[in-house]
Design a protein around this ligand. Structure first.
Ligand SMILES: [Zn+2]
Length: 398
């Protein structure tokens, strides 16, 4: 049975999106947009709090936690979350409206990643409250520094939440639910060789660049298998063309939906460097100089792996069905705050929210996708408070 979703105020949604994307909010510089959002959420009737994550990551604001009291005390509280920061270029953002499509003048990203998620949350809550639709408590978390290593979410105390489940809105596409996302390792490899004059005594040197090149040749990179990717993204080293380089640093990452595969890929990359330097040494006078490699591996985030039978999946797909839509589940190769919240025990999945061609100056959104996402969020919150026998929400609390 489908229900006609209560009407979303399309003009209000579009105008709010245009206002928010016009406020630049690079990671660690979310202060201006955060102050605006604190004002909006407060005016909507939430109790709003900003945490100290900003001080801890060197930013100009913390994460926002806004609580809306429900009118159905028996309903389980639900978490709705998006991030406030954007990637660059985004020093100034000039949105261009062409019919239903919003893009930029191509000098910056749009920042629909993730303001498309923020406006869907805000508009859904407005309509719920204006129309007196039954709903439980809603906790809105708007994070900082998602784009710089999920730092805002990592510094957010999930112990402050009453909600045990919810959705993060932070993925491209529309009406799709991400239930699987990779774990990721960040790596740095520093190859130490030996400096020497390149013209007079190159045999007294050990070229760090050449050894690094040997390591990279034959390394499995790119799409390693259907669950695993790897990349070396930064290389730095050397001082001058006439000096055998004694040091080069390579930075990269590996990701996989499977942790054993992630560990195997990480070990493969480390092994390639070990092999490239093996036996490389030079004797000068009575001293033997041996090449070495320093490897640093840090787990950036853990997997998101929501079982197909999880309540949050039933809730979201049930909500989509109720408004006559489909919301299939899928995996992604990107991490999000959902990975962090899931690792801390919350049952969260990542709902697509209409952003397109993200992290490029061609980024765009279609206002109709923003409307559909807001309708879906509204129905998710409504269904979450529906009586047990009424539908998928009946399974909640198992
Ligand atoms: Zn994002």
């Amino acid at each position: 049975m489908t229900t006609v979703p209560p009407p979303i105020d399309v003009a209000r949604l579009r105008d709010e999106f245009l206002e928010l994307v016009s406020i630049p909010s690079l990671s660690r510089h979310e202060g201006t947009v955060a102050r605006r959002l604190v004002g909006i959420l407060g005016a909507m009737g939430a109790s709003v709090d900003v945490d100290d994550a900003g001080e801890r990551v060197g930013g100009d604001t913390g994460n926002i936690l806004a609580r809306f009291a429900g009118n159905q005390p028996a309903a389980p509280p639900i978490l709705l979350s998006s991030h406030m920061d954007t990637v660059g270029p985004a020093a100034a953002i000039h949105p261009v409206v062409e019919g239903d499509v919003i893009h930029t003048d191509r000098t910056s990203v749009l920042g629909g990643d993730d303001k498309a998620g923020i406006v869907a949350i805000l508009e859904a809550i407005r309509v719920l409250r204006e129309r007196g639709i039954p709903h439980g408590d809603i906790e809105v978390v708007l994070t900082i520094c998602e784009e710089s290593g999920l730092m805002g979410a990592k510094h957010f105390d999930v112990g402050r939440l009453r909600a045990r489940r919810g959705i993060v809105l932070d993925v491209d596409g529309v009406s799709e639910l991400i239930t699987r996302a990779p774990a990721a390792n960040r790596m740095s490899f520093t190859v130490h060789g030996l400096a020497a004059h390149a013209g007079m005594c190159p045999e007294q040197g050990l070229s760090a660049i050449q050894m690094a090149a040997q390591a990279v040749v034959g390394m499995r990179l790119g799409r390693v298998d259907e669950e695993t990717t790897a990349n070396l993204g930064v290389i730095q080293g050397g001082l001058a063309t006439n000096i055998v380089p004694d040091r080069v640093i390579l930075r990269g990452e590996a990701r996989s939906l499977s942790v054993p595969k992630l560990l195997a890929q990480t070990e493969h990359m480390r092994q390639r460097f070990e092999e490239a330097i093996a036996g490389r040494s030079v004797r000068i006078g009575d001293r033997q100089h041996t090449a070495r490699v320093e490897v640093e591996v840090t787990r950036q985030y853990e997997c998101l792996d929501v079982p197909a039978g999880a309540d949050i999946v039933a809730l979201v797909t049930g909500a989509a069905r109720a408004i006559g839509r489909r919301c299939p589940t899928r995996s992604t190769g990107g991490g999000s705050d959902a990975n962090v919240f899931a690792a801390r025990g919350l049952e969260v999945a990542n709902l697509a929210c209409g952003m397109r061609d993200i992290h490029t100056v061609n980024e765009w959104v279609d206002v109709r996708d923003l409307v559909l996402t807001a309708e879906l969020v509204l129905e998710i919150v409504r269904l979450n408070a529906a009586p047990r026998e009424a539908g998928p929400a009946g399974s909640i609390g198992r």
